[in-house]
Ligand binder design. Structure first.
Ligand code: PBG
Length: 332
């Protein structure tokens, strides 16, 4: 070596000031969406065994928790209701009860915080069906597409009436975005946004979430492979995203997150739409397990994992680490 290397990539890595100057991506608190579990009752907070540091909150305590998050700068909240067995049925009709838990939580949060927060609701029937599937099933357990859409439309409308800023269909029925969009327009909810779970895979990383919402034990048929996507496929995600955008979705989501960052990149590059990713419960649980064992550096790995989403092209990230990341960003 002559000592005359013209290009030395390490020059730009020498000091943190230089590194900061050329950094292509950064995580901001504006990128964070905090998924939160809501339970009935009052003054109740329940820990979730497989999701350390995450709790289910009754609505009064949810309001306080959202206030704490807001003080850290988190503005976006995705709500997941956990209702009692007495509210569950074959058809999941509780999904569109105007005074149901999800609807009540949305209106209570919007009443308290107004447009300083953005509330995102989950549109799918699994919290409300006795069989744990996201839609209505036939005698064989097959989830019926068009029958389910009628209920999803009612559910999305009930969320919009309660004041949801964004409805997020996570059910993977064909054509549901178009049906929901038309119904929202017809009722005058022209500014209710739709964040479509467009590329939602039949993943085994959702286990802890199903614990959190109590649907783990009762998924009839054992899986959701007849409607959620096959992890073997990538082009199919582009088809799903294109369909959802054409049917009126404002934003799309890839789920799970880290094992599917290739899809985040493809979505951003090929479809050029607002792209979100969900770092799901299983990803959260495996990180926490490593942190608890002292195998990984908690703060550093949280930030690295979220920055990876930004580098892949995500405009925002649903993550159970939202509060931890916002705290780290605030103390930086
Ligand atoms: C259900 C829903 C699921 C998640 C979000 N919405 C689970 C499923 O499809 O079974 C998973 C989120 C997570 O694992 O963090 N409609």
């Amino acid at each position: 070596m002559s000592g005359m290397l013209l290009t030395r990539p390490r020059r730009l890595r020498r000091t943190s000031a230089l590194r900061n100057l050329v950094a292509e991506h950064a995580l901001s608190v504006n990128d964070l969406i905090y998924p939160m579990f809501v339970i009935p009752g009052q003054k109740t907070r329940q820990a979730i065994g497989s999701m350390p540091d995450i709790s289910r909150f009754s609505v009064d305590l949810l309001i306080d928790e959202v206030g704490e998050c807001l003080a850290l700068g988190i503005q976006h909240f995705a709500l997941f209701p956990v209702v009692g067995e007495d509210k569950k049925s074959l058809q999941g009709d509780e999904a569109f009860n105007p005074s149901g838990l999800a609807q009540f939580a949305v209106s209570a949060l919007k009443e308290k915080y107004g447009d300083t927060i953005c509330v995102i609701t989950d549109v799918a029937l699994d919290p409300y069906t006795t069989h744990g599937q996201d839609g209505i099933i036939d005698d064989s357990g097959y989830v019926l597409n068009d029958e389910t859409i009628h209920v999803l439309v009612e559910q999305a409308l009930s969320h919009a009436r309660a004041g949801a800023d964004i409805v997020a269909p996570s059910d993977m029925m064909d054509g549901r975005i178009g049906a929901i969009r038309e119904a929202l327009e017809a009722e005058g909810f022209v500014n209710t946004c739709i964040m479509a779970y467009s590329a939602k895979y039949a993943s085994s990383y959702y286990g802890p979430f199903r614990d959190a919402v109590g649907s783990a034990g009762n998924i009839k048929g054992g899986d959701k492979k007849s409607y959620q996507m096959d992890p073997a496929n990538s082009d199919e995600a582009i088809l799903e995203i294109t369909l959802d955008i054409n049917e009126g979705a404002d934003m799309v989501m890839i789920k799970p997150g880290m094992p599917y960052l290739d899809l985040v990149r493809r979505c951003k590059s090929e479809c050029k739409v607002p792209t979100f990713a969900y770092q799901v419960s299983g990803e959260y649980a495996m990180h926490q397990a490593a942190f608890q064992n002292g195998w990984l550096d908690k703060d550093a790995v949280i930030m690295e994992s979220l920055l990876a989403f930004k580098r892949a092209g995500a405009d925002g990230i649903l993550t159970y680490f939202a509060k931890a990341a916002a705290t780290l960003l605030a103390n930086k």
